[in-house]
Write a protein that binds this ligand. Structure first.
Ligand SMILES: Cc1cc2nc3c(=O)[nH]c(=O)nc-3n(C[C@H](O)[C@H](O)[C@H](O)COP(=O)(O)OP(=O)(O)OC[C@H]3O[C@@H](n4cnc5c(N)ncnc54)[C@H](O)[C@@H]3O)c2cc1C
Length: 375
């Protein structure tokens, strides 16, 4: 029975079938791919997700579920699960190295009444919730399966998989990450995100009593940390590795002192990259970091990945042909994501080399006004 279903799933469908019956193949089970899988399955598509990894990524990182991300997670039908798994907070306190408050960044409520303004949550919790939502809606996840090549057959992408299969889905969603050679091969471009300068270290730590707010610590040398409660018992910490010769900002010392030497951590370079239009070819679209690799400033990286999913769901629900879905997706997402990318990258560069002209709060407010409108 299962193999019959799989065979049916892998059979090509006519390009003019209604979107509700489309066979959608998502390449990559990161946050973007899983959100798109849940969205496409909710729109009635027959979805399979292919990933070369053996299971969901579990690294000790957090996601700052900023107001527009929470609004979109609610629209995706997973808002309540996220609230249950995370820790709500209101406003981000910006402080200097000694812990003196400099200003507050507002977090307006964009999710429906009854939801908090914003949340912190473990990255693994969010991808787990999205994977479950996708599977509950009928999506099938294929682990340890690599897309080894992409060819074209009458304007449609044909995927060669490491298990020997060759499939020609109605719509291919490329969610294979920032450094995807598949994207470059498909779009016949050479692009790679640039490293803006230094690295971020992410870890989880026990939540100090009374720590129920999100904090951004900036010191005059450009070092930076973002701390957010992620559950009643944990906080997530992201800090720039910075200049080793500089002392750790005093406000961070007690938090870092609580970390055992063997506490798991992950180090990630500060990458920025933006795919120029179009984000599609034929019946294939690029989503998530494959299209927009955003620095973590202002929490838009995951938020933009989930916006991709929301727009995909809306277009699929309109019953358009796969090629029309791909074209309209590219049109709707590119211009908006580019403004977000520019604002966030400006903030990242200003943090690396602080200057008088860049007002981080003003950038944040500009960004907030933009993303307050749904994509
Ligand atoms: C350490 C860390 C911390 C983060 N913190 C935050 C945060 O606080 N706030 C925030 O907004 N965002 C954060 N992000 C970013 C956010 O998680 C990403 O925006 C989001 O994961 C989108 O990435 P993605 O799904 O596009 O790509 P990825 O997560 O890179 O997933 C790509 C997937 O594609 C698979 N793949 C690639 N090539 C192939 C192939 N040929 N065949 C099969 N599978 C393939 C890979 O195995 C991988 O699973 C963080 C990311 C990391 C890694």
């Amino acid at each position: 029975m299962a193999s019959r279903q799989a065979a049916a799933l892998l059979t090509s469908r006519s390009p003019d079938k209604p979107a509700s019956a489309l066979h959608v193949c998502v390449v990559g089970a990161g946050l973007a791919g899983l959100a798109c899988a849940a969205a496409a399955a909710a729109a009635g598509s027959c979805v399979e997700v292919i990933d070369e990894r053996s299971a969901l990524a579990t690294h000790p990182t957090h996601v700052n579920v900023v107001p527009n991300l929470l609004r979109d997670l609610v629209a995706l039908g997973v808002g309540a699960d996220c609230v249950k798994a995370g820790f709500p907070y209101r406003a981000i306190r910006v402080m200097d190295a000694r812990g003196r408050n400099c200003c507050e960044l507002p977090t307006p409520r964009l999710a429906p009444v009854g939801y908090p303004e914003a949340l912190g949550m473990a990255h693994g919790e969010l991808v787990g919730i999205l994977a479950k939502a996708a599977q509950d809606r009928g999506a099938r996840l294929f682990w340890e399966t690599r897309v080894e090549g992409l060819g074209w057959n009458m304007g449609r992408a044909t995927l060669t998989l490491s298990d020997g299969r060759e499939i020609t889905p109605d719509l291919t969603v490329l969610a294979s990450g920032a450094l995807s050679p598949l994207r470059d091969a498909v779009l016949q471009i050479r692009t790679a995100p640039v490293c803006l300068g230094h690295e971020w270290t992410y870890t989880h730590s026990p939540r100090p009593h009374g720590f129920d707010h999100a904090s951004l610590v900036l010191d005059s040398g450009g070092q930076r940390a973002f701390i957010v409660p992620t559950s009643p018992s944990t906080i997530g910490i992201a800090l720039t590795s910075g200049d080793a010769s500089r002392p750790v900002p005093p406000v961070l010392q007690p938090l870092l002192a609580r970390l055992a030497p063997d506490t798991p951590r992950v180090v990630r370079p500060l990458l920025a990259g933006f795919l120029q239009a179009p984000w599609h070819r034929g019946n294939l679209i690029c989503v998530g970091e494959c299209a927009h690799t955003l620095p973590p400033h202002f929490g838009q990286s995951a938020a933009q990945a989930v916006e991709d999913a929301i727009v995909l769901q809306q277009l699929l629900a309109q019953g358009l042909s796969p090629a029309a879905v791909a074209e309209r997706f590219s049109e709707r997402r590119h211009a908006r994501a580019q403004i977000v990318y520019e604002l966030v990258t400006q903030a990242a560069r200003a943090q690396l080399s602080p200057n008088e002209e860049t007002d981080l709060r003003a950038l944040f407010l500009r960004l907030s006004r933009l993303v307050a409108e749904s994509a």
